[in-house]
Write a protein that binds this ligand. Structure first.
Ligand code: FAD
Length: 444
């Protein structure tokens, strides 16, 4: 059996587990019921972390060091940690499944917190209580790092059938789920024709990653002599970030495969007859990857943390303190990671990246420790770093770095530096970056 096939099968098993219910859990009562107390509180005050992704894992892990006096409970619906960072490389077999998948129980045991695999269904802030499919859990501090939800409503309104059809046939694999496996199977089975890929309007999860995906798919089609065209329908006027590096990669390496169409916001989609109408023209397609609009995760809406515009409409993202990430009316409830809304009039949102979510989790572990000890909070400035692979023979990446400081006007200021010069050294740095982050979050 060849490596690609082996990887695909290992991926199938891991991702099958992601979509199936599993009994992996720690500290659960014998009988589960949404109305039972899942974990009665002991003497220690408790931090409950919702979501075991890049932000949640980092929070839980660092709390054990910063606040050993507190009990830490991580609630997560998936039985395995699945990393979206590096998943584009996995789609075309540059890395294998073992790179992306890690064990929650092993991480919890290693760092000394409790992981419970369960679907979180609601949050009652008055009672300081989280409801799950298996019972409720009370908290003293709450950290919500639940990622994003992908919304197709702006295209289809309430047409549930079109939404379900689009989700099933053209899903984007932008959240940790079995969608990654269907996308991998789609790419590997593709025999030729036109694939369109829509980008969500900003802000969205990991802005440079859709272009990376296009490069790696083009590279795969080239290598396997598949007569494919990839049309990137981008609502933005230009490629960003790392626009120069991507432009060079598209022109030098994939000129006959990739077409980037700017200002191509989606106006109408007929998923059944495979036609998409955009502000830059109409396109027919043989297959597609449709990235719907990104919004804060459902749990943030249930928490009541979604901000409002001046005219009272939802901003679709959490309104939190720009440096401490707590809800404005509750210093002990934090929202971190991709769900966070605009934090600065200069740059709007922090980049929605694993790096940022991880740094926020680390910071919040420090803030909770300070609150627990009755100390004033010391702001911790974060940064961001992303490497994007654009070629596989040789393995060459480009990168973007974001730095922040508190400006004289009293709001955060961002400096963004693109590294457009694709080279192997950046791929090596990517692997090093990823290994360090994974060790920080799961310890392996
Ligand atoms: C293709 C791709 C490539 C990327 N590449 C990079 C990269 O190279 N570098 C980088 O820094 N970032 C990258 N990212 C972005 C990164 O994945 C996200 O920014 C990061 O995962 C955000 O962390 P989070 O904790 O906010 O959300 P997530 O990591 O998505 O974690 C949210 C968790 O909450 C859980 N959850 C949600 N709702 C519930 C519920 N009701 N009950 C129980 N559990 C729930 C989910 O299962 C999930 O595990 C990439 C993303 C994609 C899609």
């Amino acid at each position: 059996m060849n490596t690609a096939r082996r990887t695909l099968i290992k991926g199938a098993a891991a991702l099958g587990a992601l979509s199936a219910a599993s009994t992996v859990a720690i500290a659960q009562p014998f009988l589960f019921s949404p109305t039972t107390e899942l974990m009665p509180k002991g003497k220690k005050r408790r931090v409950v972390v919702l979501g075991g992704g890049w932000g949640g894992l980092s929070t839980a892990r660092h709390l054990r060091d910063t606040a050993p006096e507190l009990e830490v409970v991580l609630l997560e619906k998936n039985p395995l940690f699945w990393s979206c960072p590096l998943s584009n490389k996995w789609l075309v077999d540059v890395v294998d499944t073992a790179f992306l998948v890690h064990s929650y129980p092993a991480a919890a045991k290693r760092f000394g917190y409790t992981y419970v695999q369960t679907e979180i269904t609601d949050i009652d802030r008055d009672k300081k209580r989280v409801h799950t499919a298996q019972g409720y859990v009370d908290y003293d501090w709450l950290v919500v790092s639940a990622g994003i939800r992908v919304s197709y409503e702006p295209w289809f309104g309430n047409d549930r059938q079109a939404i379900a059809y689009t989700n099933t046939h053209y899903s984007s694999a932008y959240v940790p789920s079995a969608e990654h496996l269907s996308l991998k199977q789609k790419i590997q089975a593709f025999k030729g024709g036109t694939i369109v890929m829509t980008l969500p309007p900003p802000p969205h999860r990991c802005p440079p990653s859709p272009y990376e995906r296009a490069c790696l798919m083009a590279n795969h089609f080239q290598k396997h002599k598949i007569p494919a065209k990839i049309v990137i329908l981008d609502p933005k006027p230009r490629i960003a970030p790392i626009g120069g590096g991507y432009r060079l990669a598209f022109d030098d390496l994939y000129d006959d495969i990739i077409t980037h169409v700017p200002n191509a916001g989606v106006r109408e989609l007929d998923p059944y007859n495979k036609v998409i109408k955009t502000a830059a023209g109409d396109f027919k397609f043989d297959d597609a990857i449709f990235m719907g609009h990104h919004q804060a995760a459902d749990l943030v809406w249930k928490l009541g943390a979604v901000g409002k515009t001046a005219d009272g409409k939802p901003t679709n993202w959490a309104a939190v303190h720009p440096e401490f990430y707590n809800m404005k009316d509750d210093p002990q409830v934090f929202v971190i990671g991709d769900s966070v809304g605009a934090v600065s009039p200069q740059f709007g949102h922090y980049p929605k990246s694993g790096h940022v979510a991880n740094r926020m989790g680390h910071s919040v572990a420090g803030y909770i420790a300070q609150q627990s000890k009755g100390q004033p909070l010391t702001p911790r400035i974060i940064d961001n770093l992303c490497f994007m692979l654009v070629n596989t023979e040789p393995l060459e990446a480009i990168s973007v770095k974001f730095e922040y400081k508190m400006g004289l006007e009293g709001h955060l200021v961002q400096t963004l530096t693109d590294d457009n010069d694709r080279r192997q050294a950046l791929w090596q740095e990517d692997l090093l970056w990823y290994g360090t982050k994974i060790a920080d979050m799961v310890g392996s």
